[in-house]
Design a protein around this ligand. Structure first.
Ligand SMILES: *[C@@H]1O[C@H](CO)[C@@H](O)[C@H](O)[C@H]1NC(C)=O
Ligand SMILES: *[C@@H]1O[C@H](CO)[C@@H](O)[C@H](O)[C@H]1NC(C)=O
Ligand SMILES: *[C@@H]1O[C@H](CO)[C@@H](O)[C@H](O)[C@H]1NC(C)=O
Ligand SMILES: *[C@@H]1O[C@H](CO)[C@@H](O)[C@H](O)[C@H]1NC(C)=O
Ligand SMILES: *[C@@H]1O[C@H](CO)[C@@H](O)[C@H](O)[C@H]1NC(C)=O
Ligand SMILES: *[C@@H]1O[C@H](CO)[C@@H](O)[C@H](O)[C@H]1NC(C)=O
Ligand SMILES: *[C@@H]1O[C@H](CO)[C@@H](O)[C@H](O)[C@H]1NC(C)=O
Length: 620
């Protein structure tokens, strides 16, 4: 802010406010997150009405020099008398009370500045036109960081979380540097997004994220934004994206998927439900739709006795009668080309979500195997460790678990070993043949460890190729982020990452088993894969793997922006990973993420919320 305008701002506050209460919108908004006039009664606020909603209207005054200060303001009122008193284009004067409103629905939401209890509404002139600020031309969002308060080595993903609160620190916003600051500095203003591109699916309210015709970083080939490291070496939170809310005129947004191009969107900026929204004046139209064809994997099974293909797929609460089972079978048969071993997650028991004490999933797995066989020339066998009823989280009664499908023509479980019970701990042992093996095959890792409370226990197995080469696998599904998280544009900084401590402990327990295996045979081939429910950019969570395991994406040098298996809010992100021991890493490593679900034309036509992946690895 230029010194002169800062000085006049303070002068205005000191001289005018306590005595006169006659203020501008810029005085109310101020340069910080919270209003300098919070709680005060003000009068003679003037502005032009730019938009109306069912709970109030937006007014805007002439631009000011300081880009930190918004010249738009939401006037809250549900009174039809008030709402009927103004029309868009009216220049009005009014009185009211300045409030920094925090929605009661979630304490982690930010406050938004508004004028409440409006009175003395006087129409000064009509049919005024407010020209929207054109984003990308007049002002552009920053492309890397969300908040100056996201301190720590992993930026907005740093642990510990919740080191400070935006509204308590109440800093002067820095709109050219930080995303939350940028959108906050335009709160209540009318803006246009030129050439929007949809970067996700619509949510259940028909709201969706876009980026516009401005600079963006970590753009993937589909047009979306990938959660990857940014130019400054910390994770990029995609601050150059914005969520579009329900249209103010009652029109309905079209359905979205990643990569649709849309007509320009004009609307007002309003913080709600944890994000800075643009509430569009009217719904945009879809101008183009991306090619619905999803390339199939190139990593087919070779079955040369050394090479194995591994598929990894979280199939979203699948029981034997799930309507999406045939589609998942089709994905495995056609898009994944029937890998030698499938690491499956979210396999439900034989009674699906019914909470009737059923725990075995052999009907679910054989139904899936039969469905794949009907579409391919592979008849998968399967193996699982049957869990204790209702102890592993997820949908009550579903007893979801990780399990393996395997092609008995290309790989077999090392024979002669008992299948572990739910509470048996798998351990590496030297077998009677002098070879490293397991006490249970398959078995669970330290299943009574508190790290696994109400969570899936990983399933460990030891296998042989057709030429008798041995390798070990760990298929896991770590604790979900759902509970206790906060939005990327919320009050706690860095944002709360739900269950991050539990996930870190789980990675630690898995790392301990891998270390034991490697301490008994440093050249053992070990493959660890599944749904980690975490991004590798949250480096603290994966730290226990440092020096013992490498991620196949990194080894195969896959373009970082093409590493994703999930679409969430504004980002395409990777929750599903495959890691390998150094023996495997030293040989040729290939991986592909197969975007059957992230590239779906419609959110409701997806088989699962996760994309599957295929890796082709050498165990000798
Ligand atoms: C927030 O910052 C503004 C501008 O610096 C200041 O006037 C206001 O009093 C602060 N509000 C609170 C609650 O700290
Ligand atoms: C985050 O920090 C604030 C302030 O210290 C505290 O009130 C709040 O309970 C914390 N939230 C969580 C989930 O720990
Ligand atoms: C969006 O998709 C749903 C289900 O696929 C459909 O019922 C709805 O009519 C679609 N809405 C629009 C606006 O196309
Ligand atoms: C298979 O290779 C083709 C050609 O390089 C590529 O376009 C396609 O994306 C690959 N498939 C997958 C699933 O990556
Ligand atoms: C499932 O397991 C039960 C108990 O071992 C067995 O009786 C049944 O035949 C199996 N069903 C299938 C489809 O494998
Ligand atoms: C399937 O795998 C089980 C071990 O889980 C094994 O006992 C059985 O013989 C296998 N069946 C075939 C047809 O390979
Ligand atoms: C150690 O692993 C290598 C590679 O798989 C294998 O050739 C060797 O036999 C193993 N040794 C033992 C004792 O398991």
């Amino acid at each position: 802010m230029p010194a002169a305008s800062r000085w006049s701002f303070w002068l205005c506050q000191f001289v005018l406010v306590p005595f006169v209460h006659s203020v501008t919108i810029a005085d109310i908004q101020g340069p910080a997150f919270r209003s300098p006039l919070e709680g005060q009664s003000v009068k003679s606020v003037t502005g032009v009405v730019t938009a109306k909603s069912s709970s109030g209207f937006y007014i805007q005054s002439d631009p000011v020099q300081d880009a930190a200060v918004s010249t738009g303001l939401f006037v809250f009122s549900e009174s039809s008398q008030v709402l009927d008193a103004v029309v868009v284009g009216d220049e009005i004067s009014l009185s009211g009370t300045v409030s920094d409103f925090r929605s009661s629905s979630d304490p982690t939401f930010l406050e938004s500045t508004e004028l409440e209890s409006p009175t003395a509404i006087t129409v000064l002139s009509t049919k005024n036109v407010v020209t929207p600020l054109v984003l990308g031309t007049d002002r552009s969002p920053p492309t890397q960081d969300l908040s100056a308060l996201d301190v720590g080595p992993d930026g907005f993903l740093s642990v510990p979380n919740n080191q400070s609160l935006v509204d308590v620190v109440n800093a002067t916003v820095q709109p050219t540097s930080f995303g939350i600051d940028f959108w906050s500095s335009l709160e209540g203003q009318l803006v246009t997004v030129p050439k929007p591109i949809s970067i996700g699916f619509e949510n259940s309210f028909g709201e969706f994220w876009v980026r516009g015709d401005w600079d963006a970083t970590n753009v993937n080939s589909r047009g979306g934004l990938t959660l990857a490291f940014g130019p400054n070496g910390t994770p990029d939170g995609g601050p150059e994206s914005v969520i579009i809310g329900s249209p103010l005129d009652g029109s309905v947004n079209p359905n979205m998927s990643v990569g649709k191009t849309l007509s320009d969107i004009s609307g007002v900026i309003q913080y709600q439900f944890g994000f800075y929204y643009i509430l569009p004046l009217t719904a945009p139209t879809v101008l183009s739709i991306p090619d619905p064809t999803v390339p199939v994997t190139n990593l087919t099974s070779i079955a040369d006795g050394c090479t194995i293909t591994i598929g990894d797929y979280n199939v979203d609460n699948m029981g034997p009668d799930s309507p999406h089972l045939p589609a998942a079978a089709n994905d495995i048969a056609t898009h994944l080309q029937t890998p030698d071993i499938m690491f499956m997650q979210e396999i439900q028991d034989n009674s699906g979500e019914t909470d009737d004490g059923t725990v075995d999933a052999n009907v679910t797995l054989s139904t899936l195997s039969a469905a794949i066989a009907s579409q391919s020339n592979v008849k998968y066998n399967f193996t699982e460790v049957i869990p204790v009823n209702d102890q592993d989280g997820g949908e009550p009664g579903g007893n979801i678990r990780p399990a393996y499908l395997f092609n008995p023509k290309t790989v077999s479980l090392v024979p002669g070993l008992p299948v572990g019970g739910p509470l048996d701990a798998v351990e590496p042992v030297i077998g009677s043949d002098g070879q490293l093996t397991l006490n249970f095959n398959p078995g669970r890792i330290d299943p009574t460890n508190a790290a696994w409370d109400s969570s899936r226990k990983p399933i460990v197995a030891v296998w042989e190729t057709t030429s008798g080469r041995r390798f070990f696998t760990i298929n896991l599904h770590n604790a979900a982020k759902v509970d206790g998280g906060s939005s990327i544009q919320g009050d706690p900084r860095p944002p709360l990452n739900g269950a991050v401590a539990q996930r870190t402990a789980q990675v630690q327990v898995i790392a301990s088993l891998v270390s034991e295996l490697l301490s008994m045979n440093s050249s053992a081939s070990v493959v660890v894969g599944g749904d980690f429910n975490e991004f590798v950019q949250t480096r603290t969570v994966f730290a226990p793997f440092n020096n013992i395991l490498s991620e196949v994406d990194e080894l195969a040098d896959l373009d970082p922006v093409e590493r994703y298996t999930y679409v969430f809010d504004n980002l395409q992100e990777q929750l599903d990973h495959v890691f390998v021991s150094s023996a495997v890493a030293s040989r040729k490593v290939e991986v592909e993420h197969v975007h059957v679900n992230s590239w779906a034309p419609d959110v409701n036509t997806r088989t699962s919320d996760h994309d599957p992946s295929v890796a082709r690895l050498r165990v000798c």
